[in-house]
Write a protein that binds this ligand. Structure first.
Ligand SMILES: NC(=O)C1=CN([C@@H]2O[C@H](COP(=O)(O)OP(=O)(O)OC[C@H]3O[C@@H](n4cnc5c(N)ncnc54)[C@H](O)[C@@H]3O)[C@@H](O)[C@H]2O)C=CC1
Ligand SMILES: O=C(CO)COP(=O)(O)O
Length: 339
């Protein structure tokens, strides 16, 4: 019997709990999936009606998912702990996890954000707070819009861990008829890809809000991938990761989809809303809005040029009028494409 705890019953946490439960049924594994919801009413709805209507409408959740609003209870005895809370709140949740952590538990981050103040990736926050090694820290990232996966539309993803056997174990736990995981050992590259694509999706959304067309958006996506790759490789990430599912795959899905909260937030900014107004309008997590400034700070520390991310952050901080973003990017000095 494997006990898996999923912390965060928002759109991705709930959907991923369903992915795990469906994988258990398909694979004939004896698995318990516990889902931690911040609100007691959400936990009650999941237990009684097997739905989480706030995030997933009428999607029917498998009955082997049980929910609780008691974080310590959710974590107790769990061999696998999946983290699906907003990036800026992860550290505060980990103090409760630490007190109830199973000796050999594996920690799996679904989170695509960078911690403000420390500029740490989520795997680094987990290792620092829980004192676990990279062989127990896993990151899952890819073109994974929760709503599509909740409808069981096929997708693929990347399960990354420094220890390939641990990645294979977690991949087996989430492999089902609509979710196909590939393993990877490039945790840094996979994580940076997921973090920065949210900032690039904000830029693409701004193009939408400014009524710019597909050439502009394709240029932002492509140059966005170039700046993401520059940052990741300096931090130790592998180049190949960026032509894979966590790199190009996620960038395309997020930047193309009206389901993306980051792209939607960008569109609202492009239409003239402030960052605060756009966040209020969304009601769900758009990680790029908070992580953007940490990404830019990290890039500066490593002397990496990230002009698109810089411009997005300047808009978020009200330092650049949104209608000047495109002209600012176009006025930069000419350079060779590969540089
Ligand atoms: N929704 C999606 O399609 C995907 C999301 N992700 C990532 O998963 C992570 C979680 O995202 P979602 O589930 O989509 O977010 P969401 O906004 O739908 O849900 C967040 C959940 O965290 C809970 N929470 C706990 N502490 C919180 C706090 N201090 N402030 C706000 N909420 C708090 C909320 O109650 C809620 O249940 C993010 O890092 C996101 O980038 C990754 C892939 C796909
Ligand atoms: O990460 C995602 C898809 O892979 C979800 O993107 P949003 O957070 O912008 O909705």
């Amino acid at each position: 019997m494997t006990t898996i705890a999923v912390l965060g019953a928002g759109s991705w946490g709930t959907t991923f709990a369903k992915v795990l439960a469906d994988a258990a049924v398909l694979g004939g594994h004896e698995t318990t999936v516990r889902l931690w919801a911040r609100r007691a009413e959400a936990a009650a709805e999941i237990n009684e009606s097997h739905t989480n209507t706030t995030y997933l409408g009428e999607t029917a959740l498998p009955e082997i998912i049980t929910a609780t609003s008691d974080l310590a209870e959710a974590v107790q005895g769990a061999e696998v702990i999946v983290l699906a809370v907003p990036a800026q709140s992860l550290r505060s949740h980990l103090s409760v996890v630490r007190e109830n952590l199973h000796d050999s538990a594996v920690l799996v981050s679904l989170i695509k954000g960078l911690e403000r103040g420390t500029d740490l990736r989520m795997s680094e926050v987990i290792e620092e707070e829980l004192g676990v090694g990279p062989d127990r820290t896993v990151v899952i990232s890819g073109p994974n819009l929760a709503m599509e996966i909740a409808r069981e539309e096929p997708t693929a993803s990347v399960v990354a861990c420094a220890d390939e056997l641990v990645a294979e174990h977690v991949a087996a736990l989430c492999n089902n008829q609509y979710f196909r995981p590939y393993t990877n050992t490039d945790v840094t590259g996979v994580e940076i890809a997921g973090i920065v694509k949210n900032v690039i999706a904000l830029a693409v959304g701004i193009c939408d809000g400014q009524k710019l067309g597909d050439n502009s958006k394709a240029s932002v996506i492509t140059r966005g991938l170039a700046e993401t790759t520059r940052l990741a490789t300096v931090l130790g990430g592998q180049l190949e990761t960026f032509s894979g599912l966590a790199g190009l795959g996620d960038l395309v899905a997020t930047c193309a989809s009206p389901l993306s909260r980051n792209r939607t937030a960008g569109r609202l900014l492009g239409e003239g809303l402030t960052a605060e107004q756009a966040t209020e309008r969304l009601s769900q997590t758009a990680e790029g809005m908070k992580s953007g400034s940490a990404v830019v700070e990290l890039a500066r520390q490593h002397q990496i040029e990230m002009p698109i991310c810089e411009a997005v952050v300047a808009v978020l901080e009200d330092k650049l009028p949104v209608d000047r973003l495109a002209s600012l990017l176009l006025a930069r000095d000419l350079k060779a494409e590969g540089k």
